[in-house]
Design a protein around this ligand. Sequence first.
Ligand SMILES: [Zn+2]
Length: 291
Amino acid sequence: MCSARCGPTPSGPVPELPEVRAHAERLGVGFTGAVLAGFRPISFTALKTFDPPADAAVGQALQGFSTRGKLLRMQFETVNFVIHLMQGGRLRPDEKQSAKPRGGLARWTFDDGRALLLTEAGTEHRAGVWVEATDGPEAEIVAALGPDADTVTIEQLTEALGAKSMRVHGFLRSQSGIAGLGRRCANEVLHRAKLGPFTTTGKLTSDDIAALHRAIGEVTDESLAFERGNDEMVASKDRPGEVHNRTGEDCPVCGDVIREVAYNRYTVNYCATCQTDGKVLADNTTSKFLK
Ligand SMILES: [Zn+2]
């Protein structure tokens, strides 16, 4: 009989910028200043780069954690470790330091005896660690990102929206347009901005873009404030929101029902009255509601 104490359990979506940022802040409070004694990949798929060598940071004090998009960055003097948690990945203090930790991908040990362990639930092992030199180019996975959602300017947003014609919900989740948002924030942002999720980016007016920019700022700020009140990353269902995962409930703004378009990997939630002039979006997939 297994319980949560056995180790990581399969989990939901990839943590978004607010969750990752709050987690980075918590880790930073505990570990900044600790001197790295060693880095060891436990799974052979964990370390995604070979140059510069991860050992370059041994003997250096941890300068802190930062984030870029949904990525965590563990900063030392000459190299950074960039960590992508993907869906089930977690980076946590490693009290047991067992030889074969469940779901273990990589371990950082510090000369005060403490350690941080990167784990990933499930068997896919898509989470990973990239090493970049602090005086060199950013890791490829970072360089591919658009500006962070919490600091993107309206000029940057306008340019990114114009760069490629696509549905605005997909744009918000793309990471290359702007970075850090996932399906939950995309749903909340578009509801807040009163924009249909399938609106084409090239058709947005300057008023639409201003509303989108404002909504991105508000949703990321509010989400970050919520995450900062938690001791750990919480389950997606516990997060506050007006439309995400609320299919069938009343829209808190107008009272219409929250609808969904369900895909295999995610669900688009929206309010037709607030966002699509009452138009119900085609759902050719698996919606159990509102047929
Ligand atoms: Zn509504």
